[in-house]
Every structure is written in structure tokens, then in C-alpha cells.
Design a protein around this ligand. Structure first.
Ligand code: TPP
Length: 283
């Protein structure tokens, strides 16, 4: 019997500039492919509900394994842009056409190390972007080096004796910088990821969704072992709030912000309208 095609294949290109669309360049067991899948399910929900058209979606990526997912594989408008500069490129796209649904797919190194400054200012301005950070806790593409998200004590290729630095809590960082939707899940929480991404896309403002992903190649563990550890080392926010002492070593998952605040592009458009009376953004 013929295996039915995966329902999200309809959103992938039938061929890529480098040849066949599949398999992807990702290593076996990499969690980034799961994030691609979860994002497509969220986009599919929005398209099925006729809340947006396919042509309104634009994917922006920088550099890294996570960044390779969009232009090579997606049958959506996309741009493979500059390392860490995705919020700046995405802001330009939205200024040109504020009706677009702009989604950034970024690695933790991309958006929190070289791009950390761009990220916090995009949050502060509350720009209508959905930033999906695939956090594998290292620089995957360049060989597993330590990142600002690497947990203390972790052995990486550049911290062979152990990482002595503290890690950024990206949800705390983006919350305090002004993002109006912030959530954290892992690749082991498929439905929650899809729900959070769909909510982020619907949010008029900056949505930051951190998804902890596995890198079996550099973490030197099987994907199944890392997924199991995601279940064991994390706790839902509601549970943590009830028993904070019990879960003080755990990573907290859930929604941290779901708020409303003036959105930067809309405010800029208001000023242009007041000053010039007309706005044309090419539609
Ligand atoms: C300006 C610049 N600096 C550094 C690099 C080298 N570099 C390529 S990808 C990368 C980080 C990738 O890590 P991450 O963003 O976490 O993505 P992953 O590969 O883990 O998905 C770095 C430092 C580069 N390509 N360009």
C-alpha cells in the first residue's frame, strides 16, 4: 500500500536549488525539522481559518542550521539574510507592507549572540514579528561551540572542561525587553508548540517563542534520549508556581507574556498618515 504523503509537504518546494527537496541538510534526529513541521501546522491553521492568505507569509532567516530551513525548502516567500540581523531585515519587509505575516526562524546563536542587540530592540519596539528561536544550546552549524544559551557545566567543543558561564534565559530577556507574547516549549511538546506559534502569528506585536531542540550530533546523545531529558528536566509554569522549591533546578515551560501594547509599524504608519495623508505600500 502506498504511504500517504505527509500533510505538510504541500508547503514545501518540489525541488530546491541544490537538487532534490528531501532529504534536508539536517543531521538525522535534529530537532529543527520538528520546528519546521510545527510551524507549518500553525500556519496551516491560520490559512484554513482564512485569517490570512499564503502570499502574506514571509519567512526570514539568518545564518546557521536553523537558518537553512526557509529558502531551500519552503514554498513561501522567504529571505536567507544576515547572521543575527533578521529583526532588522524583517522590520524593513514590514515597513514595505504591514499586511504581511513575517516569521523569523533563528538559532539561539543567531538571535541571542551576534543578534542579541537586534532582538532586544525589536522587542522594545514591539514590532509585529513572530520570532521562533530553535534553541539547541550551542552553535550547531560551526561545530558545537559554547553559546550564550549553553547551560553551566555543559561540555562543548570550546568548553572541554565545562562551561563556567551562566546562560541567558531568553524568555526573561525578551519579556523584560517588551515582547507582547513570550512562550517556551521543547520539541517533545508538539501540540503546545503549534498552539504557541499560531498564537504568536495572531499577536499584533512581537511574539517570541523559544523551542528547545536537540542536536544529537554535537550533544553526542541519541535524539530519543534528549527528548526524554526534555520531559524530565522541564516543568510546566503552573506546576512550578505551586511548588517552586521542588522544581528550582527545572526549566520552566509555558506562556510567560500575553499582553497588548502599541505596535511600532502601526505607530509609524499613523505618523506618516498624519504628516502626508496617504500611505502606499505596493499592494
Ligand atoms: C558574521 C558571521 N559570524 C560568524 C559566522 C559563523 N557562524 C555560522 S553559523 C553560526 C552560529 C550557528 O548557531 P545557531 O544560531 O545556534 O544555529 P544552529 O546552527 O545551532 O541551528 C556562526 C557563529 C558567520 N557565518 N558569520
Amino acid at each position: 500500500m502506498k504511504t500517504p504523503a505527509h500533510p505538510m509537504l504541500k508547503y514545501l518546494k518540489t525541488s530546491s536549488p541544490t537538487g532534490d527537496r528531501l532529504p534536508t541538510i539536517l543531521c538525522p534526529g535534529c530537532g529543527h525539522g520538528q520546528v519546521l513541521n510545527y510551524t507549518m501546522y500553525a500556519v496551516d491553521q491560520i490559512l484554513q481559518a482564512e485569517e490570512a492568505e499564503k502570499e502574506q507569509f514571509v519567512f526570514v532567516t539568518g545564518v546557521g542550521c536553523a537558518a537553512r530551513l526557509a529558502s531551500q525548502y519552503l514554498a513561501f516567500d522567504s529571505i536567507w539574510s544576515l547572521h543575527g540581523r533578521t529583526p532588522a531585515v524583517a522590520t524593513g519587509i514590514l515597513m514595505g507592507n504591514p499586511d504581511l505575516k513575517v516569521i523569523i526562524w533563528a538559532g539561539d546563536g543567531d538571535v541571542a549572540a551576534i543578534g542579541g542587540n537586534h532582538l532586544i530592540h525589536a522587542c522594545r519596539r514591539n514590532i509585529d514579528l513572530t520570532v521562533i528561536c530553535m534553541n539547541n544550546g550551542i552553535y550547531g552549524m560551526t561545530g558545537g561551540q559554547v553559546a550564550p544559551t549553553t547551560l553551566p557545566g555543559t561540555i562543548t567543543t570550546t568548553t572541554p572542561y565545562r562551561n563556567m558561564e551562566r546562560a541567558f534565559d531568553l524568555c526573561e530577556l525578551t519579556r523584560s525587553a517588551g515582547a507582547t507574547y513570550v512562550a517556551r516549549w521543547t520539541t517533545a511538546h508538539a501540540r503546545s508548540c503549534v498552539r504557541a506559534i499560531a498564537k504568536g502569528i495572531r499577536k499584533k506585536g512581537l511574539a517570541f517563542i523559544e523551542i528547545l531542540t536537540q542536536c544529537p550530533t554535537h550533544q553526542r546523545l541519541r535524539a530519543s534520549e534528549i527528548l526524554q531529558s526534555f520531559r524530565e528536566t522541564t516543568v510546566l509554569r503552573a506546576q512550578y508556581d505551586k511548588e517552586p522549591d521542588k522544581y528550582k533546578e527545572h526549566i520552566i515551560l509555558g506562556e510567560f507574556v500575553d499582553a497588548e501594547a502599541p505596535e511600532w509599524i502601526a505607530s509609524a504608519q499613523d505618523i506618516i498618515r498624519q504628516q502626508c495623508g496617504v500611505i502606499s505600500h505596493g499592494r
